[in-house]
Design a protein around this ligand. Sequence first.
Ligand SMILES: [Zn+2]
Ligand SMILES: [Zn+2]
Length: 214
Amino acid sequence: MNAFDIHIHTRRYSGCSFIDDGDIVGQAAAAGLSGMALTEHGMRWPDEEFGRLQKISAGRGIVLINGQEINTFDSSNRSEGEFLVFGLCRSLTQTCSAARLVEAVHREGGIIIAAHPYKLSRGGKSHYYGAGDLVYKLELDGIELCHPDHGELAMKKVRKAMDVLKIPGTGGSDAHKILNIGSHVTLFENRITGEDDFIREIRAGRIRAEKRER
Ligand SMILES: [Zn+2]
Ligand SMILES: [Zn+2]
């Protein structure tokens, strides 16, 4: 089974995370993962540093993917949600609208996935920490389905969007604490050996999302 947790933050580059990058490989192995993706807020790991981590990871048979999670804003500075981005060679630190982010990612050959689109904000009903129904106006490559902050209603909305937009649903733990790694996963039909496989298989929709019981 090719289970990947594709949404993880470490404290090295995400101030809100408690996860030490030295612990992630052991935890991924314990959780039975085939791979995982690091998706730090507003940046991706520098190549050299990431390469070292990748090597350690490969030694345990775990594929490590370098991604990032990017926040977007409209022209009045209202949030348009967060997005997981893969396949880029640079960090997308500059903020822009969701539509412009999609455009930039595709221009550079990457893929973009709406992160927790229907995670409710404290503002209550129909205020989201994610893109919400804006997903219908974007050319996304995927949408996060299984996420710790997605209840039944949120998942129903995501499934509808998957149907209408014909894009696959992903799973990720959004772990900020070590034991959460692997709680939600993306299952790949085919073996993934690196970033190229990872991106191709998500584009082709040969994945499904799963919440794992502990
Ligand atoms: Zn997020
Ligand atoms: Zn996150």
